[in-house]
Design a binder for this molecule. Structure first.
Ligand code: GCW
Length: 718
């Protein structure tokens, strides 16, 4: 009996230890096991000297104490005066004495409001390390950045860092409903426990804020863009206020989605017409009511006249009327309106890829100062690969915000290991040629191209109440990488993968090198086994789980995969060139030319822009049919290669996360094959050709794949 109890206890303890690893994200603060580095760190870190006593500074101190203790086994004392040498001084500009201010004068010139300085300095001839910034939250960012230096085992003896975020709004968009169902969520239910709020503050809220602050995220939209007006009632605002209070010391502002018809639904008005004086007044009062509770409320995110959501067009008005009316309501309080450009209509016979541009581009320059238009990275919908959205090169007078999707709606849910920063980087680096060569999407987004003051990057969150937050241990890297890129859209995804692996797992090069490769390869792998050569939107209906290239019976034509791949006897692909829908004309002439011409169009985007015959010769000499089939196979092979690498990592990490990833990769392998077989069997009906050598025979018939149904697949909107 005693033995049983002992074993039980042991299991419990080891479970909670490993569970903690999953939960702790990239803030593991593993013990530094390189003795030399550890002793160098210990020698350079005596006491913490803390100036200021705001909540944020207290959090910063605690974080440093925890981090240093856990990584170095060293207990630091917290002082309020500098004594001796090798102290770690933290405090914001206003709390520093004139001596320190003078020493750092030139450094403060280098940073913006949210930027930080980490610098080795001499105070009265004694060496010290200081972390500072223009306000307390900037100091917190500096603290996390410093801890990351320790986590990644980099030297600290001569630091001289001045780093500022390049965008103002670095924000998560939660597609969370009030009943806690997360639209396109694959990691459990919503973190926000509305029923227990405002009185019960779940530790999760604090840990969420801390994780976000550690990567520089400074905003969160709590509610789904498919909005519910109830969030704007006092009953819910009280709960929102409680969350805002938790997030504030971490520098995170709360935003909400505004349902355009709220004045009718909760305000008892007869209309929501943005030109109606009563409606205008209702929103003004609502804004005042919110700001009374939450003085630093960020503003509203709005999905209007898109996929059935109400909007100004219901009243014969346009997007500018709607956005500007709301902008006026929040302007007195410093709020912003993030107005989404994700619009398309079944009543518009135009190519769906052209519709958002056609509608929004003419509005350039017409929005109020505190409106930022939020544009998805591509013109369709978060596909494994899309060319950059043409709006990014076409609205010089309007601040444009990037919307990325961190949750993997179209990239294997939380089951597939896909490192998204690679995708994000590809988009950010794309050249719009708006002001000639070098006019990258990143420059449009960070405002440097047209000197916009309001800038931002949004990511549709992949977070839920799963123990590990994101469903897949490696999906944590996508949350992390999103934050890092929102801070600096010019960061290299490989650097991000490297940092994340070291902070999350281990600094052992034998682990880092091969696993980093997995991450970097993983994005191309998913493109290959789902939608190679520019194919897109061929997933199954509604839940978007698995392949469904055959689907053609949906009420809206542009919801059908057959609309997108247009496979027939003659070939496959969507002709968006001049001979087709001419979507290429929405890009700057240099880009238009590149995409329009079959010879110059990058092969990765081939079938996005061209309908190409099955016998078309690819650059490597293969026919399109053979090349397509081989790409599908390559995707499957890449997953198998990822598995081989992963299977050798067991000795470097905890067995729980090792096994989790191992099982998930096995599912990914099965599903990659499913995609390959289903798509190739389906397209083969049109090509009429044999599978080339090197492509494995399908395991099932096309009929079988078509018969698969998933009525309970997660994340499908309700
Ligand atoms: O990708 C599609 C999703 C919808 C989502 C919509 C949007 C929130 O399938 O679930 O709705 O985009 O971005 O508004």
């Amino acid at each position: 009996m005693a033995l049983v109890r002992f074993v039980f206890l042991f299991v419990l303890i080891s479970f909670s230890a490993s569970a903690q690893k999953d939960y702790k994200l990239w803030l593991q603060y593993n013990k530094v096991d390189n003795a030399e580095i550890a002793s160098e760190y210990k020698n350079s870190l005596n006491n913490i000297v803390s100036f200021g006593n705001s909540e944020t500074i207290k959090i910063s101190v605690k974080e440093l104490e925890t981090g240093v203790f856990s990584m170095l086994d060293k207990k630091t004392e917290v002082k309020t005066q500098i004594e001796g040498e090798n102290n770690l001084i933290i405090g914001s500009k206003s709390s520093l004495d004139s001596n320190l201010l003078k020493t750092l004068e030139a450094d403060f010139e280098k940073i913006n409001k949210e930027g930080f300085i980490i610098k080795s300095i001499a105070v009265k001839n004694k060496k010290q390390l200081i972390i500072t910034g223009k306000n307390d939250v900037a100091v917190l960012y500096g603290v996390f950045s410093f801890l990351r230096i320790l986590q990644t085992n980099k030297p600290i003896n001569n630091l001289n860092i001045a780093d500022s975020p390049k965008t103002n709004i670095r924000i998560l968009n939660h597609w969370d409903n009030l009943d806690r169902y997360v639209e396109r969520g694959y990691a459990g239910i919503s973190l926000w426990n509305w029923q227990k709020l405002p009185d019960f503050i779940d530790q999760r809220y604090i840990d969420y804020a801390r994780a976000n602050a550690s990567i520089g995220i400074n905003g969160t939209v709590l509610t789904n863009v498919n909005a519910n007006a109830l969030i704007l009632t006092p009953q819910y605002l009280e709960k929102v206020e409680a969350l805002a209070n938790v997030f504030r010391p971490y520098g995170i502002k709360v935003y909400l989605t505004a349902r355009f018809s709220a004045p009718i639904e909760i305000g008892n008005l007869k209309t929501a017409d943005p030109k109606d004086p009563e409606v205008i007044n209702w929103w003004k009062n609502k804004a005042a009511e919110i700001y009374k509770r939450i003085p630093d409320f960020g503003g509203f995110l709005v999905k209007a006249n898109s996929e059935g959501q109400p909007g100004p067009q219901n009243y014969g008005r346009d997007h500018v009327d709607g956005a500007n009316m709301l902008a006026d309501a929040v302007a007195p309080f410093g709020g912003v309106i993030m107005w989404r450009a994700f619009v398309y209509s079944e009543h518009d016979a135009n190519d769906r890829a052209k519709q958002a541009f056609a509608e929004f581009q003419p509005y350039d320059g017409k929005f109020k100062e505190n409106v930022i238009v939020q544009v998805k990275n591509g013109a369709i919908d978060f596909q494994p690969r899309e060319p950059f959205h043409p709006l990014f090169g076409a609205m010089p007078k309007t601040p444009l915000m990037m919307e990325f999707q961190i949750t993997q709606e179209y990239l294997g849910f939380s089951t597939h290991l896909v490192f998204l920063p690679k995708l994000f980087q590809e988009v950010l680096e794309s050249d719009t040629y708006q002001k000639g060569k070098g006019s990258t999407v990143a420059k449009a987004v960070d405002g440097t191209l047209y000197q916009h003051k309001l800038t931002g990057i949004a990511g549709v969150a992949n977070i839920g109440n799963d123990l590990n937050w994101t469903g897949h241990p490696f999906a944590q890297a996508n949350w992390y990488g999103f934050g890092r890129l929102a801070w600096n859209p010019y960061l290299d995804s490989e650097t991000i993968a490297d940092e994340w692996l070291r902070c999350t797992f281990s600094n052992d090069e034998n682990f880092i090198k091969p696993v980093k490769n997995i991450m970097i390869e993983s994005r191309e792998a998913v493109v290959n086994y789902m939608t190679p050569l520019g194919l897109h939107h061929i997933m199954d209906t509604g839940h978007h789980y698995g392949p469904g290239p055959w689907v053609s019976n949906l009420s809206r034509p542009e919801w059908n995969p057959t609309y997108y791949h247009k496979a027939d006897k003659n070939g496959i692909g969507f002709d968006r060139s001049k001979s087709g829908t001419n979507a290429t004309a929405q890009y700057a002439p240099e880009v238009e030319k590149l995409f329009d011409n079959l010879e110059t169009c990058p092969e990765k985007d081939l079938l996005w822009f061209h309908h190409v015959s099955w016998d078309y010769k690819l650059k490597n000499g293969q026919t399109l049919w053979n090349g397509l089939a081989l790409k599908y196979q390559e995707g499957v092979n890449q997953v198998a290669a990822m598995q081989n690498v992963w299977n050798k990592t067991e000795k470097y990490i905890d067995s729980e996360r090792f096994h989790e990833v191992q099982m998930l990769l096995e599912i990914q392998n099965k599903e990659a094959k499913w995609w390959r077989d289903a798509c190739l069997l389906y397209f083969q009906q049109f090509s009429g050709k044999e599978l080339p050598a090197g492509v494995e025979k399908p395991t099932q018939t096309l009929e079988y794949f078509k018969s698969l149904k998933f009525p309970f697949a997660p994340g499908n909107g309700k």
